[in-house]
Design a protein around this ligand. Structure first.
Ligand code: NAD
Length: 494
């Protein structure tokens, strides 16, 4: 499909690019923004410019915080049941429009349509889950140990939240923050990644339609995220920063947030180990490895970044994984036949290629893929590398692409030491038929999330987040909504 056909296909779903590029979404209105420059949005499958979006400057950022501040008292005072019903409506509308949203995600991000459909379902689920949480934010009441008074604890909305999201899940990373923030009674300013702003704007229009009052959700895009974010974080009315992105930017923002002692939730980078023991079911391990490695063509923070396979099963695992990786259909994201779409930018492809070159120079061997193709679109082929040495850069850095580096191991202690030898601690995968061993190994791995005999760990009903330098706080589950609250204790003499 060429770009014209692809955007026409979007129109037939009832969602046109014009809707998503009307302007900044502030106080329930589409505003042009003060900057004359408009940010191009590129289709990674074709390198064509899809459209342009507005570019917020410092005045626009202040206007967005103003709008959130104006809406805050009304939203905090809205009955939890009412907030819950609005969130539920967001879930329903997203589900009704899932095909159009998936196509839009696929157009601006490049991910295969099947991955985009999965993302929309996952993203919508945060509204359903948090609609249920909105009416179940419990407090505490009890007698103080000394007996003289009572202790009342209430979870208050924390206040105005600045939300910053990456390009790899343009819908889900935003709804994973917006839904719990709104459930808790907070108002927000979302700054999505400049590479993928269209989904955020399409969803902003959807929230309005679902009944989210003006100013409760504001969305701004900017080509200067540093100064725009700093200005918002310096505003004393802002009380929360929730960031998803790289560990490097996360560190910078934590330093920035220290100036106003801002509450921070940080979902940062990963370097997930995937461990296959000799006693694993081969088919389960291959299926799991394909999902853990190739969902979103490897552009996921939870992606298996290092694959460790025990010596007894090593040869059969390597052969089976290579066969599956070679057979993947590469193509434009919005082509329904595509299994591996393009990367987000040309720069991302160059980085992946450099990591592969580095590993090969240090002794790794490519069994398939391994070279940047010529032609249009930001493609990189599914690649399997074996004998990847421990000093290869890709064992320490996120690959963020369709490259599976496999290393042989012999003992449990050896593989746990290898798995933990990283500053990251987001996700890990373990395959063994011995569940006792699986649980024991999982508990020794320094990761916030471990998937046992499966390749998918994300679930809106479970706490998502990392240990070590992969983050602070959790999203989803019962923890997610509490990140947007402040427990207030009232000492009461009855
Ligand atoms: P990034 O850190 O470059 O950008 C993330 C967001 O921060 C974008 O909106 C970007 O515009 C903004 N940003 C960049 N510089 C900024 C600055 N100085 N001040 C304020 N905002 C700034 O990350 P990315 O390339 O968009 O996304 C990929 C990264 O995100 C990977 O490291 C991946 O592991 C991580 N990620 C983590 C999770 C998680 O849940 N832990 C989920 C998805 C992605």
């Amino acid at each position: 499909m060429n770009v014209a056909a692809r955007t026409t296909a979007l129109d037939t779903t009832g969602l046109d690019l014009e809707t998503c590029s009307k302007g900044l979404f502030i106080g329930g209105e589409w505003l042009e923004g003060h900057g004359a420059y408009r940010i191009p949005v590129v289709d990674p499958s074709t390198e064509a410019i899809l459209t342009h979006v507005a570019n917020a400057d410092l005045d626009d950022a202040a206007a967005a915080v103003d709008a959130a501040a104006k809406a805050a008292p009304g939203w905090a005072a809205t009955a939890p049941r009412k907030r819950s019903e609005i969130l539920r409506r967001c879930f329903e509308l997203m589900t009704e429009r899932s095909e159009a949203l998936a196509l839009l995600i696929s157009l601006e991000n490049g991910k295969a349509l099947r991955d985009a459909r999965g993302e929309v379902a996952y993203a919508a689920e945060f509204f359903r889950w948090n609609a249920e949480e909105a009416v179940r934010i419990a407090g505490d009441f009890g007698r103080a140990p000394a007996g003289a008074n009572h202790i009342v604890v209430e979870y208050q909305p924390i206040g105005i939240c600045v939300l910053i999201t990456p390009w790899n899940f343009p819908a889900a990373m935003a709804t994973r923050k917006i839904a719990p923030a709104l459930a808790a009674g907070c108002t927000v300013v979302l700054k999505p990644a400049t590479e993928t702003p269209l989904t955020a704007y399409a969803l902003a229009a959807l929230y309005k339609e679902a009944g989210v009052p003006d100013g409760v959700v504001n969305v701004i895009t900017t080509s200067t995220p540093g100064p725009v974010t700093s200005a918002m974080l310096a505003d004393p009315r802002v009380r929360k920063l929730s960031f998803t992105g790289s560990t490097g930017v996360g560190r910078t923002l934590l330093a920035e947030a220290a100036k106003t002692v801002l509450s921070c939730s940080m979902e940062l980078g990963g370097n997930a180990p995937l461990i296959v023991f000799d006693d694993a079911d081969l088919e389960t391990a291959i299926e799991g490895a394909m999902v853990a490695k190739m969902r979103n063509a490897g552009e996921a923070c939870t992606a298996a970044n290092r694959i460790y396979v025990q010596s007894g099963i090593y040869d059969s695992f390597v052969a089976a994984l290579t066969k599956r990786m070679e057979a993947l259909a590469i193509g434009a994201g919005s082509d329904p036949a595509t299994e591996c779409g393009p990367m987000i930018t040309a720069k991302a492809v160059i980085k992946i290629d450099e990591l592969v070159r580095d590993a090969v120079d240090r002794g790794a061997k490519a069994l398939c893929g391994g070279a940047k193709p010529a032609g249009t679109g930001f493609y990189y082929p599914p690649t399997v590398l074996i004998d990847v040495p421990a000093d290869a850069e890709m064992t320490h850095e996120e690959i963020f692409g369709p490259v599976a580096p496999i290393t042989k191991f012999h003992t449990e202690d050896e593989v746990i030491a290898k798995a933990n030898n990283t500053e990251y601690g987001l996700a890990a995968y373990v395959f063994t038929k011995d569940i006792g061993r699986g649980l024991k190994v999982s508990r020794r791995i320094e990761a916030g999330m471990v998937a046992l005999n499966r390749g998918l760990v994300s679930d809106p009903a479970a706490p998502f987040g990392g240990m070590k330098q992969s983050g602070l706080g959790r999203e989803g589950g019962q923890h997610g909504v509490l990140e947007f609250t402040e427990p207030q204790y009232i000492a009461v003499t009855l």
